[in-house]
Design a protein around this ligand. Structure first.
Ligand SMILES: C[S@@+](CC[C@H](N)C(=O)[O-])C[C@H]1O[C@@H](n2cnc3c(N)ncnc32)[C@H](O)[C@@H]1O
Length: 228
């Protein structure tokens, strides 16, 4: 959730964020991940506690144990997914930016030592690393894919997710409103390519013949879908 948007958030969203309590055992690591993203001046592109706990609880309800995340930043959301899957599960989080990946590795190591949670950081352009997913230890079929990377590549990420999930698996995408681009807001700042890709991803994930879908009107738009 962007800080810019935070200032414009409807009061009910502020209220939700105030009410959202992170899991007590995760609080200190979440604070550290947030601190790292503050240092990088990137906290505005990280999920809110409310959004992350909504997705984490969705993963729990769907009994996900293996999660691939595209777009790690400093590990804030990956911590929530690792908490949701528990010590017997695992999260692979893909990150292109070397500084972000380094901070995320620090968080992942601490999560392993203090909570026995497994977060594997895969550094590089996700379009490349996904093509070599087996080489990065990612299982051929995973229980959940969380898409939060390069907006113009969401279609490619979805292709990978469809090839590596099965009935009952979960596919989630953030920023699906594309700052208004998908409904034609001329001030969205989204490129024509991003708009075309996001509209197509939304149409696929909202197809009731293929998915049980939930598009949540957060500030950024959050789409959760379970494969039929
Ligand atoms: C919106 S942020 C992720 C926020 C994170 N999920 C959270 O909630 O804390 C997007 C991240 O994707 C990364 N990214 C952008 N393009 C990418 C690509 N092509 N491959 C992998 N990561 C990418 C960015 O460097 C950034 O760290």
């Amino acid at each position: 959730m962007r800080q810019v948007v935070m200032r414009e958030l409807r009061p009910q969203m502020n209220y939700l964020e105030e009410l959202s309590q992170p899991p007590a055992e995760l609080k200190s690591l979440l604070d550290q991940a947030r601190h790292f993203s503050d240092e990088l001046n990137k906290s505005q592109i990280s999920l809110s506690h409310h959004e992350a706990s909504l997705v984490a609880n969705f993963l729990k309800l769907n009994k996900a144990k293996t999660v691939v995340e595209i777009g790690a930043l400093t590990g804030f959301s990956a911590l929530y997914w690792a908490w949701a899957v528990g010590p017997e599960g695992a999260v692979w989080t893909l990150e292109k930016d070397a500084a972000h990946a380094q901070k995320c590795r620090e968080i992942a190591e601490k999560a392993k030592v203090s909570l026995n949670l497994s977060i594997h950081v895969v550094e590089g352009d996700a379009e490349v690393t996904l093509n070599a997913s087996a080489g990065h230890g990612i299982p051929k079929t995973v229980d959940a894919v969380f898409i939060d990377g390069n907006k113009a590549a969401y279609g490619k990420y979805l292709d990978w997710a469809l090839a590596h999930t099965q009935s009952g698996s979960v596919i989630i995408a953030d920023n699906v409103f594309l700052w208004g681009g998908v409904w034609g807001d001329q001030n969205s700042g989204a490129s024509p390519k991003q708009i075309e890709v996001m509209k197509s991803v939304n149409q696929i994930l909202m197809d009731p013949n293929q998915f049980l879908s939930f598009m949540i009107p957060t500030a950024e738009g959050l789409l959760l879908a379970v494969r039929k």
